[in-house]
Design a protein around this ligand. Structure first.
Ligand code: SAH
Ligand code: SF4
Ligand code: F3S
Length: 447
């Protein structure tokens, strides 16, 4: 999950208007916040680290679970006295709650000046000049990406790049198809240009983002390109050293992408492939359109192409109708896969989704299942980290560590690694040997 305190970079100028963005939700929201900061940067806004100091506060929201949405209204409550003390201050709400509940937000929170849905961020410059409350939650025909300014430098050597947005899968529990709209892929030619611009500004590591990233089919030279072709073209950019992609859906996985994991060295040995449940009955009720056995077979093919690939997933427990036996199937699937890491969530009924109509599982039972699943996943995560000890891996340095002479970075498998290296530079990709594993990170020496 993103760090809400991390602010997108903007130049520091003393008397410019100040912008504070708070970001919730997935990586795509992190990417969107950067693009909104760039858009407002072109209108004279510079970043600040606190809401108190800001002339404009933008909350980029997530609607995926009830708790995620609730955070918006508690934030708005805290902002109200700030705005009363500073009448010129603007408050904006962006993201998936804005899309789903825009009118309701304006009604409940008169301190909000603007509500902007994820497909309308390019219209922010007009919106900030408007008088009174404004809302734009259209799914416009024009492509917002064509109207956003050039990429700015990012803080570290890693960047996100949205290649595909929206979803047509309609899993029975999920709001994303409603908040982000249908699947749209960006043209490959534009993505290559954006990636080159990022690399010129010092980026070495790009994660391609999409709600169904492996369904990517964007216009490129000679016709539509799939994700594998895009990955291979990106890999030819000098200076770009690492590529990942997320989040994939099991039903969209092509042979060419699996093959790329075997022969494209810049494609990292890491795959986030959510399965949600190990029970075929529940998968069917979730409208996932794959079985547990099909998922396991897919994992085998990835492991055949890249034996050390680290697998991660998302799980939902307590989906309506989930029995003890269904949950045991989920535990069995987790044991069969052996994940490097995974997120697990208690089912949250979301208004407007088909599953919300069905009676839920007893809350205490769901809590207990979540606990058991998380215990197993934590054991697997610890074992995966422990198994790295003694191995040689690549590490890309993100920042200096807290100790003198120490650098911190990400391994090929996305483990956080602390390296004793007094001469290390941010953005440097080095080979290390892992010497120890602790709960959340590895220690290593540079080779
Ligand atoms: N394919 C998507 C998934 C987005 S939602 C992607 O791009 O990441 C991320 C995860 O949130 C899902 O995989 C699912 O495990 C969880 N989730 C979605 N809706 C949920 C709900 N109603 N209750 C609990 N968890 C949910
Ligand atoms: Fe939601 Fe399913 Fe689409 Fe993922 S694939 S965004 S879980 S509807
Ligand atoms: Fe949340 Fe929207 Fe992402 S609902 S998970 S911010 S797509």
């Amino acid at each position: 999950m993103p760090d809400p305190a991390k602010q997108p970079d903007l130049p520091e100028t003393p008397d410019a208007k100040k912008l504070f963005i708070k970001t919730y939700g997935c990586q795509m929201n992190v990417y969107d916040s950067e693009r909104m900061a760039e858009t407002l940067g072109a209108q004279g806004y510079v970043a600040t680290d606190t809401a108190e100091d800001a002339d404009m506060v933008l909350i980029n929201t997530c609607h995926i679970r009830e708790k995620a949405s609730e955070k918006l209204f508690s934030d708005l409550g805290r902002l109200r006295p700030l705005k009363l003390a500073k009448p010129g201050m603007k408050i904006g709400v962006a993201g998936c709650v804005a899309q789903a509940e825009g009118a309701e937000i304006l009604r409940r929170a008169p301190q909000v000046d603007l509500v902007v849905g994820p497909q309308s961020y390019h219209r922010l410059p007009q919106m900030i000049r408007a008088e009174g409350q404004v809302i734009d939650t259209d799914f416009p025909l024009e492509d917002k990406f064509d109207h956003l300014p050039e990429r700015k430098a990012t803080r570290g050597p890693s960047a996100f790049l949205t290649v595909q947005e929206g979803c047509d899968k309609f899993c029975a529990f999920c709001v994303v198809p409603y908040t982000r709209g249908g699947e749209v892929s960006r043209p490959a030619t534009r993505l290559l240009a954006e990636a080159r611009a990022l690399v010129e500004k010092g980026v070495r590591d790009i994660t391609l983002l999409g709600q169904n990233v492996n369904a990517y089919h964007g216009a490129g030279e000679g016709g539509d390109w799939g994700l594998a072709r895009l990955v291979r073209a990106l890999a030819r950019i000098d200076g770009l050293q690492r590529i990942r992609y997320m989040t994939s859906h099991p039903n969209d996985m092509g042979d060419d992408l699996i093959a790329a994991h075997g022969d494209e060295p810049k494609l990292m040995p890491y795959l986030h492939l959510p399965v949600q449940s190990g029970s075929d009955r529940i998968l069917k009720a979730m409208n996932r359109k794959h079985t547990a056995a099909q998922y396991l077979a897919l994992i085998e093919r990835f492991r055949a192409a890249r034996p050390d690939i680290l697998l991660t997933s998302d799980f939902i427990v307590g989906f309506p109708g989930e029995t003890d036996a269904d949950f045991e199937d989920t535990l069995a699937l987790v044991r069969a896969v052996n994940y490097g890491m995974a997120y697990s969530f208690k089912y949250s009924a979301r208004p407007g989704t088909p599953a919300a109509e069905k009676p839920g599982v007893d809350s205490a039972v769901a809590d207990e299942r979540l606990q058991r699943l998380q215990t197993l996943l934590t054991e697997q995560q610890q074992a995966a980290q422990q198994a790295m000890v003694g191995r040689e891996v690549g590490v890309l340095y993100d920042k200096p560590g807290r100790m003198p002479g120490q650098m911190v970075g990400k391994s090929d498998h996305l483990h956080a690694v602390h390296v004793a290296d007094a001469a290390g530079q941010v953005g440097e990709l080095v080979r290390v040997r892992v010497t120890a594993a602790s709960t959340n990170s590895l220690a290593a020496v540079r080779l």
